[in-house]
Design a protein around this ligand. Structure first.
Ligand SMILES: [Zn+2]
Length: 315
């Protein structure tokens, strides 16, 4: 019997990952390759085509018919899969990525924003499956976001919606890579947490982290110190939680969502932020949407983007 499947691809700044996905979830393992953007756009297309080719071979042995390839990529992506602007992979700016990859594969090919792929993965297969409308917040090097409204991804007029990480939480706060200042990302991301520690250490505050070598200072080290009761580390997570809670209180009032799904590498230490997140929502949001908003952890980890991308084709 020939059953339907799609190939989901997650294009990141460092690595690219892909897998076969059917309506019940992922089939087989995840293939990986380094992105190596320095080799140029054509080399990237050839490598992506090679990766998808391996999965197409695999689909034949499994008796699956692949209907499409959908790739999540960082940046603002148009409906027809052109990259308007990609801050982390600027070599892709202006490229018709979906058309160019589709020409190599001879299969319908779509490209969507990577954060939206993660949000859609959680919507179909993960922590968002029982929510009608929710926000996914990805805590990593930066803070990403994806908005699902009435079981549809809300991309906005230009594909730029969902950027919770660049909501202002401190009007005159730390400068942000986006050109603004005081963005949520500068406080609640892994790099924001490290910045918070550096700022405090520079004022001479005592901490277990004072002995950690500059380059070794990661958000995981900060979380470790916080769990050992280090007051500086605890204060940094409190600051991160307050920033996230402030942003989410506004989101609750604006959209009255069912929930928030928190995911990403730095979400491992989300429990250290959660009390302040809840406190800010309690203090700032209207009671009804504030109480409605369930805050849960993502369930799919690194698979979310691949599953969500492929899921776009399987609907
Ligand atoms: Zn920003």
């Amino acid at each position: 019997m020939i059953a339907g499947a799609a190939i989901g691809v997650d294009l990141g700044g460092t690595n690219c990952r892909a897998a076969l996905v059917a309506s019940a979830g992922r089939i087989g393992g995840v293939l990986r390759m380094p992105t190596r953007m320095a080799d140029g756009y054509n080399a990237l297309l050839a490598n992506l085509a090679g990766l998808c080719g391996q999965l197409l071979d695999d689909s034949l042995t499994r008796g699956l018919r692949v209907s499409a390839v959908v790739m999540g990529a960082p940046g603002i992506i148009t409906q027809d899969g052109r990259v308007l602007v990609s801050p982390n992979l600027s070599e892709l700016n202006g490229k018709a990525l979906a058309t160019d990859l589709g020409n190599q594969l001879n299969l319908p090919t779509r490209v969507i924003n990577d954060a939206n792929a993660i949000g859609w993965g959680e919507a179909l297969f993960g922590a968002g499956r029982n929510f009608s409308s929710f926000l996914t917040v990805t805590l990593g090097t930066g803070v990403g976001g994806a908005l699902v409204l009435d079981r549809r991804i809300w991309t906005g007029a230009d594909g730029a919606a969902g950027e919770i990480g660049h909501l202002t939480v401190t009007p005159d706060g730390r400068p942000c890579g986006c050109g603004s200042r005081g963005c949520l990302e500068q406080y609640a991301s892994a790099s924001g947490i490290v910045l918070g520690v550096r700022e405090r250490l520079a004022t001479g505050q005592k901490s277990l982290l004072a002995e950690v070598d500059g380059a070794d200072l990661t958000s995981f080290k900060v979380a470790e110190a916080a769990r050992r009761g280090d007051s500086l580390a605890l204060a940094v997570f409190e600051e991160a939680g307050r920033a996230l809670g402030l942003a989410l209180a506004g989101v609750a009032n604006l959209l009255n969502l069912d929930g928030v799904v928190v995911t990403g590498g730095a979400s491992e230490s989300f429990d250290l932020m959660l009390p302040m997140v809840k406190e800010e929502i309690r203090q700032r949001a209207f009671e009804v949407p504030g109480k409605r908003l369930r805050i849960v952890r993502g369930e799919l980890g690194d698979d979310a983007g691949i599953l969500g991308a492929a899921g776009m084709a399987l609907q």
